[in-house]
Write a protein that binds this ligand. Structure first.
Ligand code: COA
Length: 388
């Protein structure tokens, strides 16, 4: 029999558990603020709309890591370090080439981060300076892994990073070897800014839990990638694109949504634990989806998305989230749907690592208690007395 005296915790349910930890404050953080009622979101005090218009991903990453906007010298230095960090060692590329092509890209990314730790010069150094260097390197490396994997599964040569290009444009370049349309480079940069952090989302929380045991940054990022993969989190952006393809025609969108809702199925890209109104990232991505659609002369995905959005609002009163329009934005700039969630990771790595630096700076192991709901009076039954 279990002893309650040992733990001091009552075995009977206390009724205090908030399923999914909804509304539970689990950490203090000065990185990202979300006002879910007003649809407001800030990185280090700066409104996401201002950053989307005026900043770059590189500058935003610095802001998340350091808590202030960089001056020109520091930003230039960061860009140089990101460019230097982009190139993968042959051993890492060789590992990617041995992975079966049917492997999910997020599984590849997770394995690659584990592998990258083995070659990281700071792997055993857990100082803040070393962790900052690791944060920059991981941010530089994830897009290269993602693009290299895309090339490998398509049986094409891996394209070396282009040091002349910024972080966003270089990723698009590494996918197909052509210099990207500047409008696509800018739109992708904005999308990276919008996805860079989001308070205690599930993957960031997973990363912080791992780091709080004083495990290393690569292990924490590996936890985060495994968590982001799920369809209730980052995996939803690929599901949105799959849904748009399944619907096929704009005229079928409303019926599709009605039928899914009638069958009690969820529509990917809708709903949010924190936002009770429109997700401000979705507001910007909707605009981008329309602009890029117009530019390409094909507004089909945008218009289909609008019908889905209207139907969801009419039927369920639920607004779309960051994953809904990011799908059509990425598709219009030629990013294959299978890479959407790794692309999310390429952006969120800035936020994950910022949270890890914050966790390490003021750490205590994260170890909540569970509410035990199992039996307490079970007596051991010898094998010969148990039913077959
Ligand atoms: N489609 C249809 N109904 C949805 C919905 C969706 N995408 N999201 C939430 N709902 C409904 C639920 O069915 C539930 O209705 P009910 O109370 O009548 O049963 C209610 O809204 C609350 O949803 P719940 O799943 O309990 O909310 P949550 O806070 O636990 O989960 C999400 C939040 C984001 C996981 C959830 O909205 C979801 O699964 N969305 C789809 C996946 C997605 O887009 N994820 C990316 C998030 S950025």
């Amino acid at each position: 029999m279990l002893s309650t005296a040992k733990t001091g915790i009552q075995p009977e349910g206390t009724g205090m558990v908030q399923q999914g930890l909804e509304g539970v404050v689990a950490a203090s953080s000065a990185i990202c603020f979300i006002d879910g009622l007003r649809g407001r979101m800030l990185y280090r005090g700066y409104d996401i709309h201002d950053l989307a218009v005026h900043s770059t991903f590189e500058e935003t990453a610095w802001l998340l890591w350091h808590g202030a906007l960089p001056g020109p010298g520091r930003l230039a230095e960061l860009k140089e370090r990101l460019i230097a960090g982009r190139t993968l060692r042959d051993e890492v590329l060789d590992l990617l080439r041995t992975i079966p092509h049917a492997t999910a890209p997020m599984d590849v990314l997770r394995s690659a981060v584990s592998c990258l730790s083995a070659y990281d010069p700071d792997v055993a150094n857990h100082s803040r300076e070393a962790n900052l260097r690791k944060a920059v390197r991981l941010t530089a490396q994830l897009p290269t892994v993602t693009a290299a994997w895309h090339r490998i599964v398509n049986r094409r040569d891996v394209i070396d990073p282009n040091p002349e290009l910024g972080h966003a444009a270089n990723f698009l370049y590494m996918l197909d070897g052509a210099l990207p349309d500047p409008a696509h480079g800018k739109a992708f940069d904005t999308a990276l800014i919008l996805h860079a952090d989001h308070e205690l989302n599930a993957s960031t929380f997973a990363a912080r839990v791992t780091a709080a045991t004083l495990s290393d940054m690569h292990s924490a990022v590996t936890s985060a990638i495994g968590t982001l993969k799920g369809p209730l989190h980052g995996g939803a952006n690929k599901d949105v694109m799959d849904m748009l393809h399944e619907i096929g025609e704009i005229s079928s969108a409303e019926t599709y949504v009605r039928e899914k809702l009638a069958a009690k199925e969820k529509i990917p890209g809708f709903g949010h634990r924190v936002y009770k109104t429109e997700d401000p990232r979705a507001t910007r991505l909707r605009r981008l989806s329309k602009e890029l659609g117009r530019k390409s002369g094909d507004l089909k995905w945008y218009e289909m998305s609008r019908v889905i959005e209207k139907t969801m609002m009419d039927r369920k009163g639920i607004a779309c989230n960051v994953d809904f329009y990011s799908g059509s934005v990425y598709a219009t700039m030629g990013i294959p749907a299978g890479l959407f969630t790794p692309v999310f990771a390429c952006s969120r790595i800035a936020g994950w690592t910022a949270h890890l630096l914050e966790q390490y700076a003021d750490n205590r192991i994260i170890r909540p208690v569970g509410e035990y709901t199992g039996p307490t009076e079970a007596s051991y039954v010898p094998m010969e007395s148990r039913p077959a």
